[in-house]
Design a binder for this molecule. Structure first.
Ligand code: TRP
Length: 457
């Protein structure tokens, strides 16, 4: 193995660095906290039967997600390039292996697919901002609001237009390289959720919601469900595709990777749990189906906004915040592809952002159609979105994460990884190294094998 790069000869990023550790924490939290916490976590927990799913998801966050997040930041800061180039350069430098760039490339592709559907759902939240502002939810019952949601997603012109708007804003921000400040929306998310939590506690079904989320029913455990829980852990933490690696490339050298990662994981996980504590009491108080699917928050939260005093203003604010949280995540989904094009194709940032954005925007119409009600596209209904989500969250992200652990734990020399993570190689480094070499990769492989039925009698 090659010697680690001598101090003082470190690379630096071509895109500038974060101004401080706090700026980096905000950016990574901005990437992690988004629709994955507020929209996807509750509906996945609902579809998969609650408590047992939540427990497995939490386990995956801790023993798989956290070490991979640290590995991504470590690799990113070591390479200081886009994820494709970083993996390639480090692979050659550390072990003379040239193929590792492919892991970065798979991540770039995963980012395209994820953002294509992410933007459509983000478009729904923008639309719901206006519905809240127009006071459309006031004193409506669950059946009316569900029907309204059904009619809304059935119309591909409307959802397509909001998707277009959301992509246009995302591309503009990535093109300008201005993401600073947007992350603040995440900080307001917590107080907004706490207000809703108050409503949920008063809904009369808070106990039922808590029980659904936290009392595991192990008869619900199956190979597919464990895979979905692990996929949710990857998706919500933004790990496995190089988004965090791309951000790590801009991290100042002196910042602590372990502390940063722990802070981000704690924030992301608490926000998801808080969202669950808000949604399920509303579900049970109104006789809704927890297994409703991707429409769950759009059928539950409007009930709260329709009944709370000042609910129209508050609902507007809430959906605006959610759209901002989605925006900071969307930016991170584009960053690896854009940084890669800027560095390797010598295109400008705006041109790269527009090219990447147009491809993702077009791809997004497949998701628009798969929720729509157009007769000619009936065959797409409900299928494409599910497949895109499954392919990325359950297959590409865990596979990318697995390869990242192999790279960080086995291919890189211990000198290099400890140099970035913890130069004294103390217990933080040793715990991370153990999790990354053995626990996380074995867990991912076991979950994959379990999902294809290898352990079934
Ligand atoms: N984590 C974000 C969310 O929960 C989505 C996201 C942003 C993401 N970047 C990612 C998911 C990279 C997977 C990979 O909303």
């Amino acid at each position: 193995m090659a010697e680690s790069i001598a101090n003082g000869e470190r690379r630096s990023s071509l895109h500038g660095h974060w101004s401080s550790r706090v700026a980096f924490i905000l950016a990574v939290t901005g990437s992690a906290v988004g629709l994955g916490n507020i929209w996807k976590f509750p509906y996945m927990a609902g579809v998969n039967g609650g408590g047992a799913f939540v427990l497995i998801y939490l386990g995956c966050v801790l023993i798989v997600g956290l070490p991979i997040m640290m590995a991504e930041i470590m690799i990113g800061r070591r390479g200081r390039r886009n994820p494709v180039a970083t993996m390639q350069i480090l692979g050659e430098e550390e072990a003379g292996q040239t193929a590792w760039g492919l892991v970065g490339l798979m991540g770039v592709m995963a980012g395209f697919i994820i953002l294509s559907f992410y933007s459509v759902i983000a478009g729904w939240t923008v639309a719901y901002t206006f519905k809240a502002a127009a006071n459309e939810f006031a004193q409506q019952d669950a059946a009316t609001l569900s029907a309204a949601f059904g009619a809304f997603v059935a119309n591909p012109l409307i959802t397509g237009a909001w998707h277009t708007l959301f992509m246009a804003v995302t591309v503009s921000l990535v093109a300008l390289g201005v993401e600073r400040g947007l992350e603040k929306a995440v900080r307001l998310m917590v107080p907004a959720l706490l207000v809703l939590l108050g409503y949920a506690i008063n809904s009369g079904s808070f106990g039922a919601g808590v029980e659904f989320l936290f009392r595991p029913d192990f008869s619900k455990v199956s190979g597919a469900m464990v895979l979905a829980a692990m996929g949710q852990a990857f998706f919500t933490l933004s790990v496995g595709m190089g988004a965090i690696m791309a951000y790590g490339a801009y991290l100042p050298q002196e910042a602590s990777i372990a502390q940063t990662s722990i802070a981000v994981v704690l924030a992301d996980t608490s926000i998801a749990i808080l969202a669950g504590l808000v949604i399920f009491p509303i579900v049970f108080a109104n006789g809704l189906d927890p297994a409703e699917g991707p429409g769950l928050i759009f059928q539950t939260l409007p009930l709260a906004f329709g009944q709370l005093p000042g609910g129209s203003v508050f609902g507007t604010l809430f959906f605006v915040l959610l759209a901002f949280a989605a925006l900071t995540s969307a930016i991170s989904l584009m960053e690896p592809a854009v940084a890669w094009m800027v560095e390797s194709r010598r295109l400008s940032r705006p041109v790269s952002a527009v090219i990447v954005g147009i491809i993702i925007w077009l791809l997004g119409f497949l998701t628009v159609l798969s929720f729509s009600n157009l007769k000619d596209f009936k065959f797409l209904k409900g299928t494409l979105f599910d497949n895109f989500d499954y392919l990325t969250s359950n297959l590409m992200l865990p596979l990318g994460g697995l390869l990242i652990t192999v790279f960080a734990g086995w291919v890189m020399c211990g000198n290099s990884s400890s140099d970035e993570l913890d130069p004294a190689a103390g217990y933080v480094y040793r715990t991370w190294h153990f999790l990354t070499r053995y626990v996380a990769p074995v867990a991912v492989v076991l979950v994959f094998l379990n999902a294809i039925g290898v352990f079934e009698p």
